[in-house]
Write a new protein. Structure first.
Length: 153
């Protein structure tokens, strides 16, 4: 179980290899890599800047990772989230979940990604030809995250 919040890029393959090296108890690994899109709500995006409060952000991500591990029988998990200025096409987030069986890995990965989109304490500002704008919460992301509250009540 691991969380990293960093400016530097990451290598998904190297992270996956490190997470599973020497493990014989893992039957399934699910990974998600999020990228900065060049379009948002019909407007072009050339870059995105992510701000956060060091310490608070890591604690928040660690708490949700712990919740995923409490809900599903994971054998390993990893969240890497970047901050700072990222250009369109750059990697922004990596989520890896591992379990003895695939469904737990899939469900936990989806849960973590939904949380990161809706609850993680990052503030995002997009740059484009029309100027800079703060990224607002999207109702579709909130609806996706709501399914996990319902399934756990």
């Amino acid at each position: 179980m691991s969380v990293a919040v960093q400016q530097d890029d990451f290598d998904p393959g190297a992270e996956l290899a490190a997470l599973t090296e020497g493990r014989r108890d893992i039957g399934a690994v699910v990974s998600f890599v999020g990228l900065v899109r060049d379009m948002s709500d019909g407007s072009g995006v050339s870059a995105m800047t992510l701000e956060h409060y060091p310490g608070m952000t890591e604690r928040s991500l660690a708490a949700i990772e712990a919740e995923a591990n409490a809900r599903w029988p994971l054998t390993a998990s990893l969240i890497v989230h970047r901050h700072g200025r990222l250009e369109a096409g750059d990697r922004i987030v990596l989520v890896i979940t591992a379990s003895a069986h695939r469904q737990a890995a899939f469900d936990a990965a989806a849960f973590l990604v939904d949380y990161l989109k809706t609850q993680a304490p990052f503030w995002k500002r997009e740059e484009g030809a029309e100027g800079d704008r703060w990224v607002e919460a999207r109702s579709a992301d909130d609806a996706a995250a709501a399914r996990w509250r319902k399934s756990h009540e």
